[in-house]
Ligand binder design. Sequence first.
Ligand code: SF4
Length: 716
Amino acid sequence: RIADKKVVEWKYTTCGYCSTGCSIHVGLDKDGNAVATQGVADADVNRGKLCIKGIFEHELFEAPGRGNKPLMRQRPYEDEFQETDWDTALDHMGSEIQRIQNTYGKDSFAIISTGQLLTEEFYTLGKLARGCIGSNNYDGNTTLCMASAVSGYKRSFGSDGPPGCYDDFDHTECLIAWGSNLPEQHPIIYWRLKEALEKRKFPLIVVDPRVTMLAQFADMHLPITPGTDLVLMNSLMHVILAEGLEDRDYINAHTKGIEDVEACVKDYDPITASKICGIDEDTIRNVARLYANAGAAMSIWTMGINQSTHGSDGVVGINSLNLITGNIGKPGGTSLSITGQCNAMGTREWSSCSGLPGYRVLEKPEHRKEIAEFWGIDEEFFPKKRGLTETDIFPAIETGQIKGLWLVATNPMTSMPNTARIRKTLEKLDFLVIQDAYADVETTHYAHMYLPAAVWAEKEGCFTNTERRINIVRQVTQPKGDSKPDFWIFKELAKRFPNGQKIHFPETPEGAFEEMKQLSKGDKRTLDISGMSHDLIEKSRGIQWPFREGELEKVDDAQENGVKGNSRLYTDGVFQTPDGKANLIPLPFINNNEVPDDEYPFWMNSGRVVEHFHTRTRTGKLGNLNKFSPTPYMEMNPDAAAELGIQHQSYVRIVSRRGDAVVMVQTTQRVPRNMVFIPFHFHDCVNRVSLGLLDPHSRQPAFKQCAVRIEKVDQQ
Ligand code: SF4
């Protein structure tokens, strides 16, 4: 590699895209410019490998569109933005937030963050949002991707936190991937799985309506009817319980609710289930037997489960399948949600999702008290229960309940369902602030103020990956222009609020980490990081929580090789519920999706391509990635296309009850005849059409399913 020859220094950090958590070295030339990226050979997660996004990650530092100065204007669209200095910008922002709150009430200002910040930044933003601004309406865009997993884990196990790890691939004897296409979503996790399969053969079963890359690689592909996962799960449990294949000892010792589940799944015999979910009855029986008879079996899942009208139930169903077969907390036996963003877990642990830091919840008075005392504020300042999620904040803007909004590294004009509605909603705001590394994100068009933030490796702190591994992010280069680390922006804005004078905000991310350690201490808390430090995390190439105070001393070679942490949760079968038992919950299937009909005869499915990340605010700027995936497209079955007289690579209009978009067709057998598939990354495309009905528990949108029709477009 020519670029490598220019490198005079390699700096260690963690990849800033997906939740896999790969360790990288960024190569700097003699002038300090990032010119190359390499995988770190001694990192447990990626062992020197990188996916295509990681390989070109150094290009991000010089990508176009970075913001250099804070920008302000009176009226969006009408006035030009004017550059200003940070003091003026933060003074104005602080006074605007307080003006809105004083006029319309404390909860009339909302904050939506992201899964992209560093964990110390989430903790600091949580402190600012809950302790100083005091609005109850604070959420993360993780509601669009991981809220169902959080909700499902809490309902089954009493707490969030994926119980398994990648090493489970090396021990499992059967793996079901539910709506998860690892080769495109999480290529390095796919590589780990492939390596495990090359060493030791075990059945890989993929449940997905589309013939994804992972499905092509699987022993069994179950092309399920969209939205019917619960039917298949119930039917698998029906067979397992009817044939006596369950682990009765585990059920009796560690769970409660089996009678209710038994009663529920009686209705889902394979013949009945097959007619709803489209998987033949023999396959259902075979899969149930393979899973239950395996010495250790695991399930992984991603958005195919979470982004559904019953996403939380789907997660509970997977957990129940694992609980009744005794597959939680043992090597190769687990229930592992694969998260999306690099630090989706960080926001779950320390910020918006749980309401209060360290998986504490606002509803519990003892949790409110603990945090209020620790921060030194009046407990009454906290609301008594969680406020609106991201998906409920936008309707609340429509009704005038919310007047001001602060978006931190999130881009709803591309990411949220029903673009036309989001556009109208943003136009109603009195005050919209965008904080992002890039000034040209689509949503900035609607903003009164823009704050330029540093990109991930211009800052210091941690990410938590999918398997609860805390990785260190080291600063590789200085922030560009006058952009600032989000950590600095949060702590400086805090000074503009009365409580910001009382609450201590540490000056450095490491200082914030020390506070987080104090707050995580306690025998019963799974999220205990009290034995970690930034330096130990770096030396160890990541540590899996919990890692408690005193554990370091028990590791003989910790000084030379670092420590691993704890790779699995619930190894003793004791869960985070009041009585320590996991909940088995009956899940009757109610079909509440928008389904195809005569007017809109196709399912529309959406997902990722390997070259892009989320709304392309970063990858869309990198020539080497755009070269491979420059434009949106729609996969369509060749028979369906022929029936409508549609040619491969011609343009069509995809139309739903919400709107339409024009897109190029790729004919392929990957999708069944009654389905089309579109990557979700592109602006003014899939989300002009998507519906986004919400899961009642998690409030996550059902991006994966809606009904559409396809119209030919005049090619002139
Ligand atoms: Fe980065 Fe994810 Fe690719 Fe690893 S798999 S290099 S974490 S984008």
